[in-house]
Design a protein around this ligand. Sequence first.
Ligand SMILES: *Cc1c(COP(=O)(O)O)cnc(C)c1O
Length: 391
Amino acid sequence: MKREAFLLPRGIYLDGNSLGPLTHAAQAAVERRLRQWQHGAVNAWEEWFALSERLSPALARLLGSHPDEIITTGTTTSNLHALLATFYRPSGERRNLLATSLDFPSDLYALRAWADREGGRLRLVPTRDGHTLHPDDLIASLTGDIALAWFPTVLYRSGQRLDVTGITREVRSRGILIGWDAAHSIGVMPHTLHDDGADFAVWCTYKYLNAGPGSPGGLFVHRRHAALRPGLPGWWGHEKESQFAMRSEFTPAPGAAGYQIGTPSILALAGLEGALAVFEEVDISEVRSRSLQLTEALIRLADEHLPELILRTPRAPESRGGHVVFEFPAARHLSLGLRARGVTPDFRPPDLLRLTPAPLYNTEVELEEAVAIMRELLNSGDEVLDEPLVT
Ligand SMILES: *Cc1c(COP(=O)(O)O)cnc(C)c1O
């Protein structure tokens, strides 16, 4: 859709959900901010001061929210900590946190630390097959002891997409707060966080948004919580007009902006600034359609040519995120073989091969080539491909 906007690495890049590639626009934006640093030094802060806030309208369009509900700051994990510090207030019977057994570990570390601190427990929605979640198990876990539920929009391993709208409704109807980790969905599908009524959410910007390694994360706080005081305050979250009055009392900026803690990295924000310019030129629902086309094509090619691989991503389009995962005992060797042949996949121990056909730059031809290379590797008679790697 926008292949010409990218400076792609050589070969076939199928790992854009881990680290999105560089765009011309991100490169130019970082260079521009570097020149401002060179020529303006401290004076350039005038230009940089509200850079995070200026990125909010473009992000709000991707997340289905109002700009004041969004801020770019911290990382996925540190933003989750900041939200838990604000929203997790065990009271009465409702003392526990709920997440899923298939969550990204960092989220679980944060949630468990807060449960320990507050004398609650972290409960986990079970998985029946080790890869996906069943909606009935999710709903059954919404019991009277839960204060706050935290779910991923798309599971980082299997690529299962959860029904954010429907689940948010179910969770809220039981008086439970609901937060979403959108790290694996932002930039590859539309969201409707505000209308869904989600309480809060976080994401990173270095995956499908292509903002660069370690680029800043973001958070969403629904307008109905705008009057809450952020639990982890810092001077960058102070009301902007009086931030430099340096008062000892913290007056939070209205909305999500109050959740900023310290001085943002301007060079890292510049990467996001440029990367978002590419998204301004596309319709995110068309990005989703293209993504579904490509994941569909990949699944079809694998069905036909790679029967040894077990598909672990749901086949139903509405239950698929932007990546596709196959289980294979020698996935690690297959992944190394692909790399040696110029294809960049993603290996998840012990036996998963994760492939991401990114809608903005990958093509069907690339998928055909990658699958053909996999077939050759599997045919090569290389016995390591018959055995799991012992580590
Ligand atoms: C990528 C990812 C993270 C990464 O957290 P950072 O704090 O940005 O390093 C966290 N959660 C999920 C679900 C992810 O996919």
